[in-house]
Ligand binder design. Structure first.
Ligand SMILES: [Zn+2]
Length: 480
C-alpha cells in the first residue's frame, strides 16, 4: 500500500494516512439531495472523490465507498408540492438522471448509494439512544432535538464556539427548542407528508442524523474518511460529529475529514438556491466527459474554482485534446503494431522517463491529492513526445505501451480518455478507435461511401457512432 498524506479539516493539518483496519478503508461522502437536476458544482465534488477512490484502489487499499442520497427533506417536499407529485418519486427520478450523468462522467467508484428513507429503523434506533442517554429531548410538538449544550466539543470542526452561534440562531423563532442552537433529528409529521411511526409519534428523519445512522450501520462507530463540499462543514458535519460520538461513545467517529472547494460563478458559489447553475447534462452534451473532468481536476481541490461560462469548458476542451490526441494515436499505433509483429525499441532515455514519470504521478497525487500537479506532469509528457527526434511510428507494441503508460495512469486515476462508456477499457477499444480514425480520414477526403461503410460495419458489431461537435463518440448497443 502506498503511503499518502491528506489535509484533515478537523485538525487543520496535513496528516499521513493510516487506516483503522488495513488494507480496508471506509469512505463516506455526502451525496445529493435530488430535488432538481445535478449541476457542474455537484460534479466538482463527486469527480474529486472519484479520483480519491480510484487512487486508493490503485495504491492497494480495499476501499468501501458509500455516498448517501437524501431522498426526503423540506426542499423535496416543497418542490414535489409545486409539481403535484410525490417527493420520494421526485427524488427517485432526479437520482436516476444523476446516476446516468455520473456514469457518463466516469464516476463509477461508489460501492453503494443508500437512500435515507431505507434507513428509518436505524435512524429511529439512533435517536432513541440519544434520547435515552440525555443528549436529545422530545419537544411538545412531537419533534426530537439534539441538545448542543450536552456536547462540549461542538464547534471544533468549524472553529466556531457555541456562544457565537447564538445571536444568529435566535432569529430562528422556534418555541419548541430548549436552546436556539439545538437542531432537529426527528421531525413531527405534517399532514400530507411521508411519515413513519416512532416512539415520539409519527414523523420523518432530520437531516444530519440520516448520515450518522447510515455510517454507524455500514462503516461502524469509527471509520477512516468522510468527504463533502466545504459548505457542509457547518452545521452539517459539526452536527454529524456530535450525533455519532454521543450515540456511540466513541471518538473520533471520523479519522480524516476532507472537504472540496466550491465551484464559483462570477464570484458566487454555484448553487440551485442562487439560481446560477449550469446543469451537468448540458455541459456533458456540449463538451463530453473528458473536458469536464479535466476542468474539474486541473485545480487544487480545496480552493475555489472559478467557472466562466464563455471560457472554462471551451478552454478545457482544447487542453483535453492536447492530451487525448496522443492517447488516441498510441491506441491506433498499437493496433497496427499488434498486426505487424516486431518493431523498434524506443530510445533508452525516453523509456526511462516514462517509467519514472508514472512513479512521479503517484507521488504527486499521494501528497494530499495534488491533481493539478499531476495534470501539469501529463502536459509535460505530451510536450516531450512532440519534441523533434521522437518518432513513434514503427515502435514495437511493448515500447508503445511503455510510452503511453503516463497517459494510462491519467485514464485509470483521473478518469480521462474514457469516452465510449461501458466498453471503455476493453480490449476492443483500440480497434474501434482505429476504425473511427479511418472513417474520419474517409470523410476528410470526401469519400462518404467509405465512411458510411465503416459506420455500418461498426453497427453490425453493436457499436453505435455518434458525431458530436468535438468528434465522434461510440457506445455499445444491443445488436438486432
Ligand atoms: Zn450529509
Amino acid at each position: 500500500m502506498r503511503r499518502f498524506t491528506v489535509y484533515d479539516s478537523r485538525t487543520r493539518e496535513v496528516r499521513l494516512f493510516a487506516p483503522l483496519h488495513p488494507p480496508r478503508v471506509g469512505m463516506y461522502v455526502c451525496g445529493l439531495t435530488p430535488y432538481a437536476a445535478a449541476h457542474v458544482g455537484h460534479a466538482r465534488t463527486f469527480v474529486f472523490f472519484d479520483v480519491v477512490a480510484r487512487a486508493l484502489r490503485r495504491w492497494g487499499y480495499r476501499l468501501f465507498y458509500v455516498q448517501n442520497v437524501t431522498n426526503l427533506d423540506d426542499k423535496l417536499i416543497a418542490r414535489a408540492a409545486e409539481e403535484g407529485t410525490d417527493p420520494l418519486a421526485l427524488a427517485e427520478r432526479h437520482f436516476a438522471e444523476y446516476r446516468a450523468a455520473m456514469e457518463e462522467l466516469g464516476v463509477t467508484s461508489v460501492n453503494y448509494y443508500p437512500f435515507a428513507t431505507d434507513y428509518v429503523p436505524e435512524i429511529v434506533a439512533q435517536v432513541r439512544v440519544l434520547v435515552d442517554r440525555g443528549f436529545a429531548y422530545r419537544a411538545p410538538d412531537g419533534s426530537v432535538y439534539f441538545s448542543v449544550a450536552k456536547f462540549p466539543k461542538f464547534g471544533e470542526l468549524s472553529g466556531q464556539n457555541v456562544a457565537a452561534l447564538r445571536p444568529g440562531a435566535r432569529l430562528e423563532l422556534d418555541a419548541d427548542k430548549r436552546s436556539p442552537e439545538d437542531f432537529v433529528i426527528w421531525k413531527a409529521a405534517t399532514p400530507g407528508e411521508p411519515a413513519w411511526e416512532s416512539p415520539w409519534g409519527p414523523g420523518r428523519p432530520g437531516w444530519h442524523v440520516e448520515d450518522t445512522a447510515i455510517t454507524e450501520r455500514l462503516l461502524g462507530a469509527r471509520y477512516d474518511l468522510h468527504g463533502g463540499g466545504i459548505d457542509l462543514i457547518f452545521p452539517h458535519h459539526e452536527a454529524e460529529i456530535a450525533l455519532s460520538e454521543s450515540a456511540t461513545g466513541e471518538a473520533p467517529s471520523v479519522n480524516y475529514w476532507m472537504h472540496g472547494g466550491a465551484l464559483r460563478l462570477a464570484g458566487e458559489k454555484m448553487s440551485k438556491s442562487l439560481g446560477n447553475v449550469l446543469p451537468l447534462s448540458e455541459a456533458l452534451e456540449a463538451f463530453g466527459p473528458g473536458p469536464v473532468r479535466l476542468f474539474l481536476t486541473n485545480v487544487q481541490y480545496r480552493g475555489p474554482l472559478e467557472f466562466d461560462r464563455e471560457r472554462s469548458l471551451p478552454e478545457a476542451r482544447e487542453a483535453y485534446d492536447r492530451l487525448r490526441l496522443p492517447y488516441d494515436r498510441f491506441s491506433a499505433l498499437l493496433a497496427q503494431a499488434g498486426a505487424a509483429g516486431a518493431g523498434r525499441e524506443p530510445p533508452e532515455e525516453l523509456a526511462a522517463q516514462a517509467t519514472s514519470l508514472v512513479e512521479r504521478l503517484d507521488t504527486t497525487l499521494a501528497a494530499d491529492f495534488d491533481t493539478r500537479g499531476a495534470v501539469a506532469l501529463l502536459f509535460g509528457w505530451v510536450r516531450r513526445l512532440a519534441e523533434p527526434g521522437v518518432e513513434l511510428d514503427g515502435l514495437s507494441a511493448p515500447a508503445l505501451e511503455l510510452l503511453r503508460s503516463p497517459l494510462d495512469w491519467a485514464r485509470e486515476v483521473l478518469g480521462l480518455f474514457a469516452e465510449g462508456g461501458a466498453a471503455s477499457g476493453s480490449d476492443e477499444a483500440p480497434g474501434i478507435e482505429v476504425a473511427l480514425a479511418a472513417r474520419a480520414r474517409a470523410r476528410g477526403r470526401g469519400d462518404f461511401a467509405e465512411a458510411d461503410r465503416i459506420r455500418a460495419e461498426l453497427a453490425h458489431r453493436g457499436i453505435e457512432v455518434e458525431d458530436r461537435s468535438d468528434g465522434p463518440r461510440w457506445r455499445r448497443v444491443p445488436v438486432g
